[in-house]
Design a protein around this ligand. Sequence first.
Ligand code: AMP
Ligand code: MG
Length: 395
Amino acid sequence: MISVQTAKELIRNNKIQTPKIEIELRAAIGFASAQDILAPIDFPSFPQSAMDGYAIRYEDLQKKLPLRIIGEVQAGNTSAQTVLQAGETMRIFTGAKMPNGADTVVMQEKVILEKDTITILDEQLAFAANVRPIASQTKKGNTVVQKGQNITPASCALLAGLGLTNLSVFVKPKIIIINTGKELIQPGLPLLDGQIYESNSYALHAALHQLDISPFEINWVDDDPIDIKNGLSHAIENADIILVTGGVSVGDYDFVHDALQALGVEKILHKIKQKPGKPLYVGKKNSSLIFGLPGNPASVLTCFYMYVVPAIRHSMGFASTELLSIQLPSLHPITKNAGLTHFLKASITTNGVLALDHQESYKMNSYANANALIELNEETTTIAINDLVKVYLLP
Ligand code: AMP
Ligand code: MG
């Protein structure tokens, strides 16, 4: 068995890479930029007023004389402007281009307006106050979004503000989910004695949805070596990432491992020193990555967050691939045996993090209320109140 760290490294070293495409900015959420994006223009591309007020020459302030208003400049006014001479001012609005000769803006609340003159009352006014200098956000040619950076609503606005409409990304991987298990019945149908409702595909579908990915297919196969082999073979032909749930353990009806071997899948890892999800299998064939997720529902979801999310994000060129993690004080003592890394369903509150009850891997009740997973490494046996623990934030 290998450690969690080794498993993560093996998965990273065996990453798949999806093709690069050009997409519209409006469709870019959920992707990472496939290249450094350079600003095509200065931003702002002209000195702008940051306030509604009056554009002045700062040196005029010393004279303490009223300034004569010679006109106004509205935001978006593109016509040629007169040059501000000594003793003159112009009414100006937020976002408007500074008149030539003006270097400072005084807020309208800080002047006394009399007919066509203003007297400035602002004792604190500094040179260049209330002006957004040219290129003060970005100079033309500077990198504004780095290769691998995820596209957020803010980066969409940043790029649109620079006049860009398209960008290059790596496409989302095509994913097929395969559920194995004779005992599984679809929710909504009557349950016979000995059957359980299939829930793993619901967890995976929803977790993929949070990454803005729709699975390409969700398939069910019986615990039958031929069915499993056929299902896997079809998936390997058609998907970049295959998520098989169940059948990877050591029971008499766990045929996934043998089927993958028979199909020539190269084993990357099988079994990790962790709880839940110890029997996890990962393999590769051609350009497809196959995850054999242990069937228990909590194992499926935890393995998804810890290993499948990074693999998906690697394939799409994200620079940062793991769930965000932080250190937080534990609100309760925790004990565990040494030997395995534990991932505990947990809840972050304002004071710290609380490991929840019902940690068994067949249960989803506390997981449904969790917003985090605590990671306790192999050697850890006791955590006292307020000890810092590593916590992954769930999406
Ligand atoms: P397995 O890994 O096939 O031995 O399954 C481990 C446990 O997970 C068993 O109790 C299965 O009944 C259960 N299980 C497997 N697949 C699913 C599924 N798709 N939905 C809910 N439970 C499942
Ligand atoms: Mg099974």
